[in-house]
Design a binder for this molecule. Structure first.
Ligand code: SF4
Length: 291
């Protein structure tokens, strides 16, 4: 059995940057609390907790010395609240999310109604909704666009950064088809993250070469779930959060196993999964690992 890892997998630049900023700050005095989990991965959260970095879910819970905004960013309302309370701040908002926020704001200021293709409850999307003002909705479902009634003359469409390019493209096509009889102008801006797109493309190629794909990452991580979606369209695919979840039965009759991992999955967890696969099948070998 051969094990091959995806050419690009695991921590993205935005997550690496956020963790680096927090770990550097943790070396200095002062208790750091993050507004929500830094990334959707329990191992990363547990590692940071060992360094004294804990999570709060609302500003009212803050009892630390330094507040950290996660890579997902926050709405301008939350930022104003933080400033009014004069909290010391570390802002780890990913630059790609920041760009999407700026675009949402520009569309709103130019008088566009903004549709965000994304999960309404995701922290990044909640932040984007704030930047897009009160004439904005976030959805993954085309029929929900009809809640905007009557449709505005000018419509802006952007995406949550970690959505897949093909899903965004299908959504845009359908929304334009639905809205075109009534609207004058549609402004579509690609706010997808290139890193996420590359990883999905690389995962797709890996899936085509594999008889089974293991996606390693948190089930609450949107980009990890989408990697699993992309691969499962091609080949038998399982999403695991840790090596303990692997099952021997998955490997029966499989000669080529592909491994990919979400942008919030640490190398350590990927290594543990590879090791566990080798233990389950002692004759297996790692055919490719770029890391
Ligand atoms: S997946 Fe992309 S947008 Fe999200 S934190 Fe990583 S680099 Fe930034």
């Amino acid at each position: 059995m051969e094990i091959e890892t995806a050419r690009e997998l695991g921590f993205c630049l935005g997550v690496r940057r956020a963790i680096r900023l927090l770990e550097r700050a943790a070396q200095k005095p002062g208790r750091i609390q993050t507004l929500g989990p830094v990334v959707h991965n329990q191992r990363v959260v547990a590692d940071l907790a060992k360094k004294g970095i804990t999570i709060i879910n609302s500003l009212d819970q803050f009892q630390g010395d330094i507040l950290a905004i996660t890579a997902h960013g926050v709405s301008p309302e939350v930022m104003t609240e933080i400033q009014s309370r004069r909290f010391s701040l570390i802002d780890t908002t990913c630059p790609i999310v920041r760009r999407a926020q700026r675009i949402a704001k520009k569309l709103m200021e130019a008088g566009f109604w903004v549709i965000i293709f994304g999960e309404p409850d995701h922290p990044e999307v909640k932040g984007l909704l704030g930047w897009a003002g009160n004439k904005a909705i976030a959805t993954l479902e085309v029929p929900e666009v009809s809640v905007i009634n009557p449709l505005p003359r000018r419509l802006g469409i952007i995406s949550q950064t970690t959505q897949s390019q093909s899903n965004f493209s299908h959504f845009v096509t359908k929304v334009v088809h639905l809205a075109l009889p009534q609207i004058q102008e549609v402004h579509i801006i690609n706010t997808l993250c290139d890193t996420t797109r590359n990883r999905q493309e690389v995962a797709l190629e890996l899936a085509k070469r594999s008889e089974l794909v293991i996606v390693v990452g948190g089930r609450n991580s949107g980009n990890t779930r989408r990697l699993a979606e992309v691969c499962s369209a091609i080949v038998e695919t399982y999403l695991v959060e840790s090596a303990e979840e692997l099952k021997t039965t998955w490997l029966t009759g499989k000669n080529r196993i592909g491994i990919t991992a979400g942008a919030s999955t640490p190398d350590r967890v990927i290594d543990e999964v590879i090791l566990a696969l080798k233990t389950l099948n002692p004759t297996s070998r790692l055919a490719y690992d770029r890391r």
